[in-house]
Design a protein around this ligand. Structure first.
Ligand code: DQA
Length: 176
């Protein structure tokens, strides 16, 4: 993804179609049955299907990727940089509180992102209050369950739309 990146200019991919990558960290593949009092009953497939449908309706490319492995997530972020992905929604899950490597990858590609947490990490154990990601994020959503992803996507769509309008053309080269 994205399939229709037609070329590069100034070293950065240029595209007619905006693309969003949704990244899910470790154990989020277990959603639906995993500690529902914290994470709800929606499965990861449910969440991804809703986001993909909304993305399609908005005319953007949206891909979701989940991994239980830090290196795989780092690789996927680097790939997103090469692909010219426009925006990332990320729930780093347990890596939120530990992964300098994943944070560094996001800083390296400089793709704007929203950090999403299903649970209110500030109302739980103290170790969940620190995130390596929040400082670099455009924004953070926590505690709104699966709806948090939907709201993050709505934000991203408006953010990308505003950016396109500001530059006056969908062919605008990415500046982030
Ligand atoms: C989480 C919160 C993290 O603290 C936890 O390790 C997760 C999920 C959330 O979505 O609420 O795995 O990111």
């Amino acid at each position: 993804m994205p399939a229709s990146k037609p070329g590069r200019a100034g070293g950065k991919p240029v595209s007619l179609v905006k693309s969003i990558l949704v990244l899910h960290g470790p154990n989020l593949n277990l959603l639906g049955g995993r500690e529902p009092r914290h994470y709800g009953i929606a499965t990861l497939d449910d969440i991804n299907a809703g986001l993909k449908a909304r993305g399609e309706a908005a005319g953007i490319q949206l891909e979701a990727f989940q991994s239980n492995h830090e290196g795989a997530l780092v690789d996927r972020v680097q790939q997103a940089g090469r692909e010219g992905v426009d925006f990332i929604l990320i729930n780093p899950a347990g890596y939120t509180h530990t992964s300098i490597a994943l944070r560094d990858a996001l800083a390296a590609v400089a793709i704007p992102y929203v950090e999403v947490h299903l649970s209110n990490v500030h109302a739980r154990e103290p170790f969940r209050r620190h995130s390596y990601f929040s400082e670099l994020a455009v924004g953070v959503i926590a505690g709104l369950g699966a709806q948090g992803y939907e709201l993050a996507l709505e934000f991203a769509l408006r953010y990308l739309h505003t950016k396109v309008s500001q530059h006056g053309s969908q062919k605008t080269e990415k500046t982030h």
